[in-house]
Structures are given as structure tokens and as C-alpha cells.
Design a protein around this ligand. Structure first.
Ligand code: ZN
Ligand code: MN
Length: 480
């Protein structure tokens, strides 16, 4: 039995986060609206209406084209009608782009979990409108037109993935990139990032592919991974049994974790594409592209590499701190006022700040505690003005109140106690009150010293200088 490899390409539909829809003034995001309340004659395709192109859609699409290193953002591209009959498509056609799309060629690099980078070729990027939604309800089919005319870009990759894991990795990176450049919220559960996977197999070493199938409507990255794995196994079983793989469109069923045949795949001819007569071509001037390029932020992989280079952070830290743009900006802003090893700030962010961010389900940029305040707080721990545990509490207090760490430390008297006389007195009391523990220590179990440190920390509300306490305790216990 030959070994097989899978050859996978992804088509993603990305919902742009513009205020209004692509061809009318209805708002684009109606996730929370009642069905059919965010519609007008244009997006429901009533007779006699004309579409007007939303400029913000083109701008956001160009931003993405530049971020995916497009070989060319076409100076002129055209809309086309993609004709098909489906209840949630009221016009009977979708306004899309066909053989003259907005951008052609390009690539997105994805770091692989085992190291190294895989370059995924992007074949094309085009603009189109979304269709409505069909909702199943007790055996009835209901239609919600709210989503009609929501702006989408469709991105098609080359057949460059060799495993479901690589495809999943790509989606993680794409989602990161889309949020980073601010053109889409890319929430898969809300359908803002949708993925169809073209899957085929071939014996390893061969260039002859078996027929491919397309899996549609997969609504999470984990499901994309699972669906591709299931489909690859199904195709191998078919081929091994001497059957031919049919060119099907498949539906992923999340509950049974199986793929189901939806229909035989349409061919291009079925769509009877022709140029959209109601819209002018999109003309993009070089000057505008240069302007957009200038405003493009440093992209995640470049920033990650720079964090390693400039701040000497470990790859691991740099990776985590560039997961999201405002987090990476938070780090840099904190470092700009911090005097010391950047790794210390990185640790605080990864261990403490990010926990806070996750708990509150916000972005770093939405925190009350400002980067400068975090830097000040860490500085106080580093210079031993406060203890590490006071620092952690202080973090919460600054986040709650917005007050500067120094002020809170002063007004609440949180400064580290390094007063040797006072600490010695507390240590003496603890020792005389606990003869059993002293005996244990004397009996050779020196780890019990940690228990004594804990008692003193309790007495001082965590403010005692732990190193000093240790040395005082050792001295007193050895004499006891
Ligand atoms: Zn409308
Ligand atoms: Mn499409």
C-alpha cells in the first residue's frame, strides 16, 4: 500500500469591518439585529435599483493586498455577475469579481510549529458581496437578508498545504494578520472568516493528483483541521478500494465529525459570469497605493523578529507578545520608560498582564493600567522598594483605580519592610511561639525555614524583604 500525501488549498471569505455595506448605506454588521431589519431595496435586489460602491471596501481590500505581498494591485479591475439560483440570493446573482480581480499573486509566510517557515502562495484576492442566510427552523427554511451586501474579500491560496495542521496554522496566522491590519474582526464563529478547503491526495513521490473535493462551511479552525483529516482518510479508503474520487462539494457535520455530500461541484460555466453592467471598473491610482503602503503597520512576523533582535527576547516571548498588535505596542511603550532587562517586563506581561487581559476578555490597549504605570511598578519591584507579591497586588489596584503605582504605595504604605530591627523582633516572636517547628528545624529539616518566612510575611502583609528575613531567621534559628 503506497503512502499518500495530501494536497490542500484554502479559499477564505473575509468579512470587512466597514461601517456600511458594499453597495448601499445599510450598516454592515447586523450580527445582533433581528432578521430582515437591516435591509433596503438595493441589498435585497428590488427591480430598478443601482449599486454604489463603498470606497472603504476598496481601501481595506488594498490594505490586505499589500499585507499579503501581492505581486500586483491591479490599476483596473472589474465587477462581474456570478449567476446562481438560491433562496438567500434575492437578485439571482452575486456581484463579485472574476478574471480581473483586485489583486493577483502574493504570499503569506507561516512559521511552522516545528520550526522553519512555509511560504503559502496567494493566487488572487477579489472583492464581492455576501449573500443572505438560510436558517432551518422546525423543518421550515427561513431566510434572513441582513447579510446581503456585506462586503467580503475572497482569498485563494495555491495548493500549498501538505497537512491539516498546516492549513490550521495558516488560518491562525491569517486571522492574526487581518486583526493586526484592522480590516476584519475575523471571528470565525460569527462568519467573519469562513473557510472552504480543496482537498486531494496523491501517492508520495507522484505528481498525479486524484480528483479533489471541496469542503464547505467549516466554522472554526479546529473544525477545519478535523474536516480535512476526515476527508483525507475517506479519500485514501476510496482509492485503496479501487474506487474513483468524485468531484463533490462536501458539508462538514460538526456533531458526527463526518463529511456529507452536498452536491456535485458546479463548474465555472454554471455560473455564466459576465461583467457587471451597473458598476464602473475599479480604478486605483499608484499614489493612493503608496499612501496606503506608507500607513501599513509593521507586520507580525517582522515585529517578532525585531523583538528578538532589539530587546534580546527569547523567540517564545516574542511570539506571544506579538499575537495581537496592541499587546506588542504595550510592550514597546512600557520598555520605553523602563530601565533594566526587557525580559523582566516580558515576564510580567506574559505571566500577569495577559492573565488579566484574558480574564477581562479585552485587548491590551483597553487596559486601565497604562504601559508607563506597569514599567514604574516593575521598576519598584526591581529596586526592592516593594516586594514581588506586593507588586502583583499593586497591579490589580492600578488596574482598578487608574492611580499611579507610586501614589498607591505611599498612601497605602505598601513599601517593602527592610527595617532589620523590626524584622528581627517579629522573627524572634515567631520563633518563641513555635517551639515545635524550631525542634523540627534543629532535627535537620532545614526546609521548615520556608514556613517561618511565611509566618513573617503574614505578619507584615507580604511586605517584608524576603532575603533579609531568610538571613535573620537562619541566624536566630541556628542560635536557638
Ligand atoms: Zn441595503
Ligand atoms: Mn466567493
Amino acid at each position: 500500500m503506497p503512502e499518500y500525501e495530501s494536497v490542500i488549498g484554502l479559499e477564505t471569505h473575509i468579512q470587512l469591518n466597514t461601517k456600511s455595506k458594499i453597495f448601499c448605506g445599510c450598516k454592515a454588521d447586523s450580527w445582533e439585529d433581528l432578521p430582515n431589519t437591516n435591509i433596503c431595496p438595493v441589498c435585497t435586489g428590488l427591480p430598478g435599483v443601482l449599486p454604489t460602491l463603498n470606497n472603504a471596501v476598496v481601501e481595506k481590500a488594498v490594505i490586505l493586498a499589500l499585507a499579503m505581498n501581492a505581486d500586483s494591485v491591479q490599476p483596473i479591475s472589474y465587477f462581474a455577475r456570478k449567476n446562481y439560483f438560491y433562496p438567500d440570493l434575492p437578485k439571482g446573482y452575486q456581484i463579485s469579481q472574476y478574471n480581473e480581480p483586485l489583486a493577483v499573486g502574493g504570499h503569506i509566510d507561516i512559521p511552522l510549529p516545528k520550526g522553519g517557515i512555509r511560504r503559502i502562495q496567494i493566487e488572487k484576492l477579489h472583492i464581492e458581496e455576501d449573500a443572505g442566510k438560510t436558517v432551518r427552523d422546525n423543518g421550515k427554511r427561513l431566510i434572513d437578508f441582513n447579510r446581503c451586501g456585506v462586503p467580503l474579500v475572497e482569498m485563494v491560496t495555491g495548493p500549498d498545504f501538505r497537512s491539516a495542521d498546516e492549513a490550521a496554522q495558516y488560518l491562525i496566522r491569517l486571522r492574526q494578520l487581518l486583526r493586526w491590519i484592522g480590516i476584519s474582526n475575523a471571528d470565525m464563529e460569527r462568519g467573519q472568516l469562513r473557510c472552504d478547503a480543496n482537498v486531494s491526495i496523491r501517492p508520495i513521490g507522484s505528481t498525479d493528483l486524484h480528483t479533489k473535493t471541496e469542503i464547505k462551511n467549516v466554522n472554526s479552525i479546529e473544525n477545519v483541521r478535523a474536516a480535512i483529516n476526515v476527508e483525507v482518510r475517506r479519500q485514501i479508503r476510496e482509492v485503496e478500494a479501487g474506487r474513483k474520487i468524485e468531484s463533490w462539494t462536501l458539508d462538514w457535520d460538526e456533531t458526527t465529525e463526518t463529511v456529507r455530500k452536498m452536491r456535485s461541484k458546479e463548474s465555472e460555466a454554471d455560473y455564466r459570469y459576465f461583467r457587471e453592467p451597473d458598476l464602473l471598473p475599479i480604478q486605483i491610482e499608484g499614489g493612493w497605493i503608496r499612501e496606503i503602503k506608507k500607513a501599513l503597520p509593521e507586520l507580525p512576523l517582522a515585529r517578532r523578529a525585531r523583538f528578538v533582535e532589539q530587546y534580546e527576547l527569547p523567540e517564545y516571548d516574542a511570539e506571544i507578545l506579538t499575537e495581537e498588535k496592541s499587546l506588542s505596542e504595550y510592550l514597546e511603550s512600557a520598555l520605553s520608560t523602563f530601565d533594566g532587562d526587557p525580559k523582566v517586563v516580558s515576564n510580567w506581561m506574559i505571566n500577569d498582564l495577559m492573565r488579566m487581559i484574558r480574564e477581562k476578555d479585552i485587548l491590551a490597549g483597553d487596559l486601565t493600567i497604562q504601559p508607563g504605570q506597569l514599567a514604574e511598578l516593575i521598576q519598584m519591584v526591581e529596586t526592592k522598594e516593594i516586594t514581588g507579591s506586593t507588586g502583583k497586588e499593586l497591579l490589580e489596584k492600578v488596574q482598578e483605580s487608574g492611580k499611579d503605582p507610586k501614589i498607591i504605595v505611599e498612601t497605602e504604605d505598601l513599601g517593602q519592610v527592610s527595617d532589620e530591627v523590626a524584622l528581627r523582633q517579629i522573627a524572634k516572636n515567631v520563633i518563641t511561639q513555635n517551639p515545635d517547628q524550631v525542634a523540627t528545624y534543629k532535627g535537620g529539616k532545614s526546609t521548615v525555614i520556608g514556613w517561618f518566612v511565611g509566618q513573617i510575611m503574614r505578619e507584615t502583609k507580604g511586605k517584608a524583604n524576603a532575603q533579609l528575613v531568610q538571613s535573620i531567621l537562619r541566624e536566630l534559628l541556628d542560635k536557638a
